[in-house]
Write a protein that binds this ligand. Structure first.
Ligand code: SF4
Ligand code: SF4
Length: 565
């Protein structure tokens, strides 16, 4: 099949296996122009709105924050920061319901807007992006918290470092799922922003071509994008047939290039990178204006809502606040779905915030989307395999998922399943096939996580044991060295003897020598009486008197000592 993709240029298109023609139901939300949600009383911003490691809070309770200020981040390679969607006060940091099929809570930062909507200082615009360093552009996109806004929520900056030459950049504007129209609205109203994003991405990836793919049921969007094209550019707007799920990454690559992404492989392996139109617009805002990702377009639709439409909303607004602003519920809404009717999931409450990947809130009535009938046994009709766009064997995957044989179900390429829901949609036995695959994937991930954890624990244990062994060996070697050093020491000189006996002898000799010197001195003093020459008669008489008294005292002492006791 050939289509005109640029003035005077045609392009060959391919078909992917399976797929469905579904009722579009898009008019409901396209009947009104884009509306802007007003700021609610509280914004609830989950720390994980992306695939990867959750961001960590950078603010504290009671802190004043400004619009666009980074309030959570992580140094991990696969992560994405979170920014304040308006100025206000951090009034809470805690668990809140998040939009997730599990219906569980997660850690969120709650901001009470001050109504001033004051911007923080933003990074400088990089207007001349073609002269800018690619690494600096990637860092800007990472710091702006941009993730895949088509629902994948994978950090966009990582996809921009493929490590392989890229021939084709695809900007995905297919928006193939029924009811959802936010990308259509974005292309109609903000074609220039998307085109700027495409130019930045093409420059960064140095791709030979850039294809903006749009389903042929969006003629206004196609026209708007054609008008935003400049003649000199190597960018094409490609009209593709409306068939579900043409917006699936692998399916779109097949349609546009004829290339097949290998099982468990990535598009970069076949020289292709895909980004959603909303992601491209957010990249343009970050690079050309320095603005982080703090808002997005969301489709509100379904006959259970009094007014359907597309809204530009601050991230963190509660679904309940947004629905109230759109006029509230009407009739008998039977469920609230985050996403579309095929790939979306039921919300257990409307008290969940709009996050970066939330493109649609669908509230159908029971007549509009009837609840599925009770499941019956598989009749092996094979219809599920006929429509599977990933060319899988859904029936076999169902059997092994049901039997909890996770190894076997993975042998059937479980992880190539894009959860498009085509198989469940056509199953005459009403088997909720996708739910089985989701369960099998979650269990496989949990087992893999467990295996990695125990591997890490074993590595930590082995490392500790080897460290202790090394320390012991080092200690022993040190001791041995010391002993050898002592053994090899030459014998000490006598004067330096260290033996106890020798020490004693030396000390004794010193003492005896000192005593001898003292005795000699005394004897000398006795032998040499002083001042005995040239005495006067008086002096001589005094001496004789003293000698006499001494003699008398000595004799008296002698007599006393000779007397018996
Ligand atoms: S479509 Fe349903 S009934 Fe038919 S083979 Fe598949 S699972 Fe079985
Ligand atoms: S949900 Fe998975 S198995 Fe079913 S049709 Fe889609 S890709 Fe195939």
């Amino acid at each position: 099949m050939y289509v005109e993709s640029k003035k005077g240029k045609t392009r060959e298109l391919w078909r992917f296996h399976g797929g469905l023609h579904l009722p579009e139901k898009k008019a409901l939300s396209l009947q009104h122009p884009l509306q802007h949600a007003t700021l609610p009383d509280r914004l609830i911003l989950p720390l994980q709105q992306h695939i990867g490691v959750p961001a960590q809070p950078m603010v504290s309770l009671g802190e004043q924050v400004l619009k666009g200020q980074m309030i959570a981040s992580s140094p991990a390679p696969v992560t994405s920061p979170v920014h304040a969607s308006t100025s206000g006060t951090v009034v809470e940091m805690g668990e809140h319901f998040i939009p997730h099929p599990s219906g569980l809570t997660d850690l969120c930062i709650v901001i009470e807007p001050d109504g001033e909507d004051r911007w923080a200082d933003l990074p400088k615009p990089i207007s001349d992006f073609r002269s800018a360093d690619t690494q600096a552009l990637r860092q800007r996109i990472r710091d702006a918290g941009i993730v895949g806004m088509g629902g994948a929520t994978f950090p966009a900056a990582i996809k921009l470092n493929p490590g392989k030459p890229i021939q084709t950049l695809i900007i995905n504007g297919a928006e193939c799922e029924p009811y959802i129209t936010c990308d259509d609205r974005l292309m109609r109203d903000f074609a220039e922003r998307i085109m700027n994003g495409a130019r930045i991405l093409q420059h960064m990836l140095q791709s030979e071509e850039c294809l903006i793919a749009i389903e042929d049921n969006k003629s206004e969007a196609i026209l708007a994008m054609f008008e935003a094209l400049r003649d000199e550019e190597n960018i094409e707007v490609v009209r593709i047939p409306t068939i579900y799920p043409s917006g699936g990454e692998k399916q779109l690559i097949r349609i546009l290039t004829g290339r097949e992404v290998p099982t468990s492989g990535l598009p970069a392996q076949v020289g292709v990178i895909c980004h959603n139109v909303a992601t491209a617009a957010a990249i343009a805002d970050a690079v050309l204006e320095g603005k982080p990702l703090i808002s997005r377009l969301v489709t509100l639709t379904g006959e259970g809502l009094s007014k359907a439409g597309n809204f530009e909303v601050p991230l963190g607004i509660l679904a309940s606040d947004l629905i109230a602003q759109a006029g509230g519920y009407q009739g008998q809404p039977q469920q609230l779905i985050m996403g579309g009717p095929m790939m979306g999931f039921d919300l257990t409450t409307d008290q969940v915030p709009i996050t970066k990947g939330a493109n649609c809130l669908l509230c159908p009535t029971a007549e509009e989307i009837p609840r599925p009938e009770p499941a019956r046994a598989c009749i092996r009709c094979g219809r599920c395999a006929d429509v599977c766009p990933a060319n899988l064997l859904p029936q076999q995957m169902y059997w092994y998922s049901k039997a909890k044989d996770l190894e076997k179900v993975q042998d059937y390429n479980l992880f190539d399943c894009i959860e498009c829901g085509c198989c469940s949609h056509v199953c005459p036995s009403h088997i909720p096939l996708v739910q089985y695959y989701r369960y099998a994937k979650a269990e496989s991930w949990a087992q893999e996580q467990e295996r990695r954890e125990s591997e890490r624990a074993k590595q930590r244990h082995d490392f500790r044991v080897s460290r202790l062994k090394r320390l012991e060996a080092e200690r022993k070697a040190k001791l041995r060295k010391k002993k050898e050093a002592l053994k090899n020491k030459p014998p000490a000189k006598k004067t330096q003897v260290s033996k106890e006996g020798d020490d004693k002898d030396a000390k004794q000799a010193v003492i005896e020598a000192a005593m001898k010197r003292a005795a000699d001195k005394k004897a000398k003093q006795q032998l040499a009486p002083k001042n005995t020459e040239n005495l006067t008669a008086a002096q001589q008489a005094q001496i004789e008197a003293v000698d006499k008294r001494r003699m008398a005292t000595t004799q008296e002492k002698q007599q006393k000592s000779e007397q018996p006791d």
